[in-house]
Structures are given as C-alpha cells and as structure tokens.
Design a protein around this ligand. Structure first.
Ligand SMILES: [Zn+2]
Length: 240
C-alpha cells in the first residue's frame, strides 16, 4: 500500500505484524507500506513534497522495491491512502487566528495528490480531510463528483483514541462494506468508550499539528486495511 501525507503511521506496525513470524494469519499476507510526507520528522519512506511527485516518484519506488527484494514495479498498488494537509481548510485559518488562509495552495495539493493516486492506480483508495469548517475540502466544488463516495468518521470511535475529531473520508470501498465494518460515529446516543467511562474527551482540538495529531489509531488502520482487502477479495472494484 501507499500512505500519502499522514507521516509514518500505524500502517507500518500493522505491516510488521502481518508479515512477522508471530502472525496468526493463515494466509500469510505480507504488506509493504510506501509512505510519503513532506515533514522529515514524521519518518516516512520518502520525505518529499507531494506537489512535486513527478520528480521523485520513479527513483523512490525503485529504491523501495529493491530494499525489500521485491520484483520491479509492474503491478498496481492494492491500497492507497491520501491525507492532504488540513490547515488550508481549517477553522483557525478561516477565522484568521493563525494568519492568512491559503485555500488555493490547499486545492493545488489535493489536485496534485489525487493525480499521484491515479498514477499509483490502486484497487482501493481512501482520501481523508477534516469535517468541520465553512470551507473544508468536502464543501469545495472539486469534490462534488465524489459526493456519493463520502463518509464521516469520528476518530474517538477507534479505541483507545481519546482525540475527538470528525473526519471526512472518500473511498471506492462499497458503502455496505464500509458501514458494516466501521464503527458508528461518536454522538450523544452512541458515545465512544472513552467518553462513556470518563465523561469527556481528553483532547478536542481540530487543528492539531505534529506526529501525534497526524497519527491514526492502530484500530483505524487495521479496519482500513480490512475493508480494502475485503473489497479486493470480492472483486467489487474490478480485475485487471
Ligand atoms: Zn467520542
């Protein structure tokens, strides 16, 4: 899989578990994670600018395959996840608290990142951005064609995460497969485990920065890989 723009995430730990000697998975599926982030502190496979991927993608992929002893890249990626940086669309930027907004730059990054997703030609894709705000990604005209592929998830629904934040997700995973496996969002009628036990969320920041805020809970990464594999297994997104 390829993980674009969300640093070195729990996908990597999951890949180690799946391919490791203690893996209980009878199918012995080995997952390789090619991650990209422009912030070197996030420890991704490639510390690169997603808007300039044409200049580094080829050499970076060849190096990645060589280091893992994999054959030359001819096949498609099974799963590609893309998290464009949320700050151009965030509430704080919109109210001017943290300076001017850079909406055009944000849209440019999304468009070029989506071109990279197309280049990697995945069987399954997910795209994630923040939910809240007047001009978040989901409200912009460029996302209109993907309206039927949109879902909302609350991060705190993925135990043990206590970070309450709604995210917008777009995917080609069929809606039934997605809703069967993903937890219902945190609400007054359906509280997450953390709020149920402690009556509050420890952190509710919408505009969190840094590796901790960017990281997805391990349970979320696991479910994402599961829905991707279920979709591929059932040939619901077509064969090549
Ligand atoms: Zn919650």
């Amino acid at each position: 899989m390829a993980n674009l723009g969300s640093g070195r995430n729990a996908f990597e730990d999951l890949a180690r578990l799946m391919g490791g000697p203690r893996s209980k998975d009878a199918a012995k599926i080995t997952m390789h994670v090619f991650s990209v982030d422009d912030n070197p502190a996030f420890g991704a496979t490639v510390s690169g600018d997603l808007t300039k991927w044409r200049s580094w993608l080829g050499p970076a992929l060849r190096k990645f395959m060589r280091e893992r002893g994999l054959p030359e890249m001819t096949a498609r990626f099974d799963y590609v996840h893309f998290s464009p940086t949320c700050s151009p669309f965030s509430i704080l930027k919109q109210t001017g608290v943290s300076g001017e907004r850079h909406l055009e730059e944000g849209v440019w990054l999304v468009l070029l990142g989506m071109a990279l997703v197309l280049e990697l030609n995945p069987r399954v894709y997910t795209l994630e951005s923040s939910w809240r705000g007047k001009q978040t990604l989901r409200t912009l005209p460029l996302m209109e064609p993907l309206a039927s592929a949109m879902h909302r998830l609350s991060l705190c629904s993925f135990h043990p995460c206590d970070y309450h934040k709604f995210g917008t997700w777009w995917t080609n995973v069929p809606r039934t497969v997605w809703t069967d496996r993903m937890p219902r969002e945190c609400s007054e009628r359906n509280l997450c485990l953390h709020k149920l036990w402690t009556f509050h969320h420890r952190r509710v920041m919408e505009n969190g920065q840094g590796p901790e805020a960017a990281a997805f809970p391990e349970t979320l990464c696991r479910l994402l890989v599961e829905v991707a594999m279920a979709t591929i297994r059932w040939h619901l997104v077509g064969d090549d």
